[in-house]
Design a binder for this molecule. Structure first.
Ligand SMILES: Cc1cc2nc3c(=O)[nH]c(=O)nc-3n(C[C@H](O)[C@H](O)[C@H](O)COP(=O)(O)OP(=O)(O)OC[C@H]3O[C@@H](n4cnc5c(N)ncnc54)[C@H](O)[C@@H]3O)c2cc1C
Length: 403
């Protein structure tokens, strides 16, 4: 069996190895100068490859049933065995699985070594722009119309549109449309959020530990805790990325409220501030907050609450203390949109999964074409779920195409 694979990312490489192990002759086309560029950037270079908690609610897309069937066909135990078969050992950090080396480059090296050992041909710098059905095979063409190769089966693992600097920028969905597939509109996710606030420029670069609450009006949609980063245009950091899908997909007007005094109940914060203002009455309010807050947060907060920074703490009125305690626990930033494709870690939307057989990953539109990875309308939460999806679907596509 001769198999052509379009895209040398995590899904393409797991598919290539699985198909080659089953005896197929495999060629991988990768448009960048080397395979796996995105993989190198994963998990801050440490590659959060999977997660010990693999409940299906961590995956999203138009069809939960499709995702369930794929994950049943190639469950996490099988992908773990796959990684171990490459010589990797996975370790858990609070449920998140990483290679023991904590190096994404080690994962990429293991994949490349195994492809080489199995005789997989890897053609880098080769962009496939057309897949032309010819009798019982497919001709892969480049932009100049030149034939790159002919294959009895083709696996398309060209990714989504997130972080196009690593290669994938919607080619897979364009190929899908040309092959008669429906494409669910694409949106960035796991991405920083653009927010409205006059203080962002002053706060840019500041990091705070906070509980971030996603609100629509007064309704709480979701909450996440962790390190929030202020950017010149909005908010970022792990909790914001985790909230971004819900904030953007719902298309509703949302805001993010930051609680910087998470360990206190609402009333408690007021009394704590009041006592502090009394004890340090001789300090200006700006100084009184100094021992508690990141310095750069203080002036914006005082401006927002209309309290002159030079006010002696002992002169703070009840209303001023209430306003301060409110902003410490509910500093609210209206969400304007996403931070753009370059900043996104994953793509929402993609090739419509209703047109793909979840037991084989074969197209129901074109026999002999298989799909895997982020090119499909499936995205996972932050925490190793996207690489899990790439591996489960990639292994299934490789196994089926070779069969
Ligand atoms: C910064 C960052 C950090 C991340 N961290 C994690 C993490 O820690 N854990 C996790 O689970 N997920 C993480 N993700 C998400 C995860 O990396 C992706 O979901 C996953 O790598 C997708 O794999 P894929 O093979 O489907 O697509 P990709 O990795 O995007 O691979 C597609 C490949 O196809 C190539 N290609 C595209 N078009 C063509 C064409 N026409 N011809 C030839 N080649 C083509 C591209 O160049 C690319 O190499 C992260 C993503 C980013 C951007």
């Amino acid at each position: 069996m001769q198999i052509g694979i379009i895209g040398g990312g995590a899904a393409g490489m797991t598919a290539a190895i699985t198909a080659a192990r089953a005896g197929a002759e495999v060629t991988v086309y990768e448009k960048m100068d080397r395979v796996g560029k995105k993989l190198l950037a994963t998990g801050n270079g440490r590659c959060n490859i999977s997660n010990e908690h693999m409940e299906l609610f961590h995956f999203h897309g138009a069809s939960p049933d499709f995702i369930r069937k794929v994950m049943e066909a190639v469950p996490p135990e099988e992908t773990r065995a796959f990684w171990e078969s490459l010589g990797l050992i996975l370790v858990s950090q609070e449920g998140r699985l990483y290679p023991m080396s904590l190096q994404a480059s080690g994962v990429l090296d293991a994949l490349r070594l195994e492809m080489e050992r199995l005789g997989v041909r890897v053609r880098c710098g080769e962009e496939v722009t057309r897949v032309v059905p010819v009798k019982r095979s497919f001709r892969l063409e480049g932009a100049d119309g030149q034939e790159k190769g002919r294959f009895s089966r083709v696996i398309i693992t060209a990714g989504g549109k997130a972080s196009p600097q690593f290669g994938a920028d919607g080619d897979g969905q364009r190929l899908a449309a040309s092959l008669g597939h429906t494409v669910v509109p694409l949106r960035p996710a796991l991405v920083k959020l653009k927010c409205r606030s006059p203080y962002l420029k002053a706060l840019s670069g500041c990091k705070v530990e906070a509980r971030a609450t996603l609100l629509q009006g007064d309704e709480v949609l979701a909450q996440e805790w962790g390190e929030v980063l202020f950017t010149p245009e909005g908010l970022s950091g792990p909790p914001i990325l985790r909230l971004s899908r819900e904030a953007l997909v719902s298309g509703r007007r949302c805001s993010i409220a930051l609680n910087l005094m998470e360990h206190m109940r609402e009333g408690e914060c007021y009394w704590w501030l009041k006592q502090r203002a009394e004890r340090f009455g001789y300090m200006k309010v700006q100084e009184m907050l100094g021992g508690v807050l990141h310095k750069r947060l203080i002036l914006p907060m005082l401006k927002e609450t209309d309290i002159p920074p030079q006010t002696p703490s002992e002169r703070l009125s009840k209303q001023q203390i209430q306003a301060l305690s409110r902003i410490l626990q509910w500093w609210t930033f209206p969400v304007l949109g996403d931070g753009g494709w370059r900043e996104a870690q994953v793509t929402v939307g993609g090739v419509f999964t209703g047109e793909i057989d979840p037991t084989t990953m074969q197209s129901k539109k074109k026999t002999g074409i298989y799909w895997a990875g982020e090119v499909l309308d499936v995205d996972g939460d932050c925490g190793g779920y996207n690489l899990q999806w790439a591996a489960s679907s990639g292994i299934l596509a490789g196994r089926s195409a070779a069969g």
